[in-house]
Design a protein around this ligand. Structure first.
Ligand code: BGC
Ligand code: CA
Length: 338
């Protein structure tokens, strides 16, 4: 009996040292493009909560500068020999140079949220991408508008204010070089057109994911089109909230008994804390969750795959690599005032 207890104790302490050794030796560098970005700061929190127990992680903020990020990455590759780096690249066009650097050190890269632009990365087995599914998010925005409009041949008059059976709409877009901005806008438009709606796109302007730029953009657009606007599609929640800031600061928000917000419904993407509270207050009509929890789970599994603790098939069962590539796109659920 005594001996049994002793061997259990020995086993436990052995397991304990093994785990702590592994943590110390499994160093991960995490490189953010801009920690002041609302969505990225919540992504970074999620990564820290989920990965810091099992891995030795260090997080760096590039503050939107690719040259700062390059320095941070090269310094870490040279001095700390990380087992893997997670890169939220500032400038997607710099991905090929970065891939070549990391290859020199034999360090695998998991890009996240900002997809690398380089066809060669897809063939490289040391390069992965994990991000949201922007095509689904665009379709969800289209579905939100569709539900409010009802019939394409006879659009709900609460929306179609000028009664021309067309949707006069506006797109506030993220960074012009960001894959999510482009795909959200495109898939939303294509969805609505496929469903038979006639879109009259009054304006499409970039506000770089940023709330105060969203406000400025709404000012430009509203001073040109005013009440002609029937719907606003924003590529993320922060810019949508900026648009609402403009309307609120200029007394343009009217209380409405119906769920259709006036002067026009606005939809976003991300499901940030603020975004969700604006939906509760019926100021934002809807959003789609940019699911950081699931994206971090996918990242964790890819780390295990790189570490040979799991197989590609097992990862595929849970998250699906896109076609035969190393890319994973995670869908999130839609939330509206309803
Ligand atoms: C999010 C934006 C965020 C951007 C940063 C997008 O997927 O929707 O809110 O600013 O990623 O790269
Ligand atoms: Ca109309």
């Amino acid at each position: 009996m005594k001996r049994k207890l002793l061997s259990i104790l020995i086993l436990c302490s052995l397991a304990f040292t093994l785990v702590s050794c592994e943590k110390a030796s499994y160093k991960i560098g995490i490189f953010l493009y801009d920690e002041s970005d609302t969505f990225i700061s919540s992504f970074s929190e999620e990564i820290t909560t989920r990965l810091s127990d099992s891995y030795d992680i260090s997080i760096y903020d590039a503050k939107k500068s690719q040259s700062i990020q390059n320095k941070q990455i090269i310094e870490m590759l040279e001095n700390e020999k990380p087992s893997v780096i997670l890169v939220n690249i500032v400038d997607r066009l710099s991905s090929l140079a970065l891939i070549q650097k990391a290859n020199k050190y034999n360090t695998p890269i998991i890009f996240f949220n900002r997809e690398p632009v380089s066809s060669s990365s897809i063939d490289n087995k040391n390069i992965y991408y994990v991000g949201t599914n922007p095509v689904q998010e665009g379709i969800n925005q289209g579905i939100m508008a569709e539900k409010l409009m009802n019939n394409p041949k006879n659009i709900n008059k609460l929306i179609d204010k000028n009664n021309d059976n067309k949707l006069q709409c506006v797109f506030i877009q993220g960074e012009s070089t960001h894959q999510d901005a482009e795909r959200r806008t495109y898939s939303c438009i294509r969805y609505l057109q496929n469903m038979g709606y006639d879109l009259d796109i009054l304006a499409m302007e970039n506000a770089d994911w940023n709330r105060s730029k969203g406000e400025k953009t709404m000012e430009n657009i509203y001073t040109t089109y005013g009440n002609k606007i029937e719907f606003v599609f924003s590529n993320n929640d922060d810019m949508a909230l900026g648009a609402i800031d403009y309307l609120a600061n200029n007394n343009l928000l009217q209380a409405s008994a119906s769920k259709v917000l006036t002067p026009f419904p606005i939809v976003g993407v991300d499901g940030t804390k603020n975004g969700l509270s604006y939906i509760e207050r019926k100021l934002l009509y809807g959003t789609t969750i940019n699911d950081t929890a699931k994206q971090v789970s996918a990242i964790e599994l890819v780390i295990q795959l790189i570490n040979k603790q799991t197989t590609r098939d097992a990862v595929n069962d849970k998250f699906n690599f896109y076609k035969d590539s190393n890319y994973i796109y995670i869908s999130g659920s839609a939330i509206t005032v309803d």
